[in-house]
Design a protein around this ligand. Structure first.
Ligand code: SF4
Length: 440
């Protein structure tokens, strides 16, 4: 560990609270921020105890930007004025997307740190507080609990016409295999039992690295990490699901039979306008192949309703597709026109009310099928990763078919140490949640 002390180092270490908005990928970024700040600052969970608030913002869709602005205004209003000297730093997607415009609109914010500058976050806060900068070569693990996200890449090389992410986060950059394996070992040594692979497009991992390794190779290498119980793949685009990947997934005992593949729509016309490949029939064939490799695999997707030009027929097509595909979990989002994206300037925008109504119809179908799939697990005995207590004090865990934060949990009748595996008999179900009794 090396230590550099700038001028006017403060006698006490400033307390920093990081607020994370948006998706699991932002959680990963917040973890990295926390790891870089931990040596120099005291990290606190409660804003009331903090001298510095860092808001890791999300600007993926307009609602997310509005939420981010609301949180920042709350901080610069009441929180900052409650105690003189408090500092507000806005990081993440919002400053990346809106740059200087924000500085003019929010003069009470002390610093803006866009995604590309995040490695300098500690230096920025040191500059604002006069604290001593401490640099370590091994970042501490900051997320407690038995599950950790492993971000395999940043940015995106695709250009879906509705999406602002490539503008915000830049082109696709894979992290090298060796670096990811070392981080995986480090996370496991710190108590993680499950690693969730995330990125804007996990399936494209490796294409920009020397020798162009593929995701199957990365998964194989991670599967060899000692004491890593589960590996889970999220954000795998359908065209990146290869026989090679499915083979590795079906053969490695610690790769869970779970896939999150964002499909966005099933109508060929709509998908082309989205700048995406495939159609409902192709996706159904792919799902059939996936299930032939791994019968019982849990499948998650995301869909967008009311994209510009979506006709009633298109809407019906995606409803029929949803019934045929019979997913375990589906995230449905009404289309949101994003400033600067090609889709926002397309003709035939669908009225917001129709977008919402079509989204609700899709959610109803997804819930009917998804909860029926969950109900069929009653009576089964499943291996469950114990996570600890939920907000109400109930012991909870997850089985292989449930990703953290998005898919529901298994409520347990008694406590077991977090991070252990329990054999659990499912005695009842409630929506997407399961109720189980620990057998061993
Ligand atoms: S794959 Fe498409 S939707 Fe996903 S981040 Fe890239 S451009 Fe956006």
């Amino acid at each position: 560990m090396t230590s550099a002390t700038p001028k006017d180092a403060a006698a006490t270490v400033p307390a920093v609270c990081i607020l994370t908005l948006g998706c699991p990928k932002n959680e990963v970024d917040s973890d990295r921020m926390a790891a870089s700040l931990a040596p120099s600052f005291s990290l606190v969970d409660d804003l009331a105890d903090a001298d510095v608030a860092v808001v890791n913002t999300c600007s993926f869709i307009r609602e997310a930007t509005e939420e981010s602005i609301g949180v920042v205004l709350d901080l610069t209003g009441s929180w900052k004025t409650e105690r003189p000297g408090r500092i507000v730093v806005v990081a993440g997607c919002m400053p990346a997307r809106y740059g200087d415009e924000l500085a003019g609109a929010m003069p009470e914010v002390d610093a803006f740190v866009p995604v590309a500058d995040e490695e300098n976050l500690a230096r920025v806060i040191v500059g604002l507080t006069g604290a001593a900068l401490v640099v370590t070569t091994t970042p501490p693990r900051t997320t407690p609990g038995p599950s950790a996200y492993l971000q395999v890449s940043d940015g995106c090389h695709r250009r879906c016409t509705f999406c602002a992410i490539p503008d915000i986060r830049g082109d696709y950059r894979s992290r090298p295999l060796a670096e990811l394996v070392v981080e995986a070992e480090f996370l496991v040594a710190g108590g993680a039992r499950e690693l969730v692979l995330v990125g804007q497009d996990v399936s494209a991992w490796g294409h920009d690295l020397p020798g162009a390794p593929v995701l199957a190779e990365l998964v194989q290498a991670l599967a060899r990490v000692q004491d890593l119980t589960w590996i889970r793949l999220m954000y795998v685009q359908p065209d990146g699901i290869t026989p090679e990947l499915l083979e590795v997934m079906s053969e490695a005992s610690n790769v869970v039979h779970y896939l999150d593949m964002p499909l966005q729509h099933a109508s060929r016309d709509v998908l082309r306008r989205m700048g995406r490949r495939g159609d409902g029939a192709e996706f159904l064939r792919l799902i059939h192949v996936i299930r032939s490799y791994m019968p019982g695999i849990a499948l998650r997707t995301t869909l967008i309703s009311g994209f510009p030009g979506e006709t009633r027929d298109d809407a019906r097509r995606v409803q029929g597709f949803l019934r045929d595909a019979d997913f375990d979990y589906v995230g449905v989002f009404p289309y949101s026109p994003e400033e600067g994206t090609p889709a926002a300037a397309m003709p035939d925008q669908v009225p917001a009310r129709t977008r919402r109504a079509r989204a609700q119809r899709l959610r109803d179908i997804a819930d009917e099928l998804g909860t029926a799939r969950v109900a069929r697990l009653a009576g089964a005995t499943l291996e469950v990763l114990v996570e600890g207590l939920d907000d109400e004090g109930t012991p909870v865990g997850r089985h292989r078919g449930q990703a953290p934060e998005v898919d529901g949990v298994v409520a347990l009748d008694r406590e077991s140490p977090a991070g252990t595996m329990a054999r659990v008999e499912i005695v009842d179900t409630l929506g997407y949640d399961l109720i189980g009794e620990v057998r061993s």
